[in-house]
Write a new protein. Structure first.
Length: 88
């Protein structure tokens, strides 16, 4: 990761726990607890709770909908996303 002063780089560690549950043949729900821990003492740790839904549109094409929510105010309060995943 880039240093806070942007003069170099430092190490950081990211950890997550992800649990998913198929709602039916097309839809799956995911929930995740995420943290990023910096090796720089002045950097605050990031904690988020992330939620997502995926939907199989056709074989090999999936719609992704989700959001990431800050638990300690370091990350943005809420970030939402959509996407398409194609398997080749």
């Amino acid at each position: 990761m880039k240093d806070t002063a942007r003069t170099g780089y430092h190490g950081a560690f990211e950890f997550l726990i992800n649990v998913s549950h198929a709602l039916d043949r097309r839809w799956t729900f995911y929930t995740e607890a995420f943290t990023s821990q910096s090796s720089q003492a002045q950097d605050k740790p990031v904690y988020t709770l992330d939620e997502a839904l995926t939907c199989i549109l056709i074989p090999n094409l999936q719609l992704d909908l989700g959001g990431n929510f800050s638990l300690n105010g370091v990350a943005p309060r809420a970030q939402f996303y959509t996407g398409l995943s194609q398997r080749f």
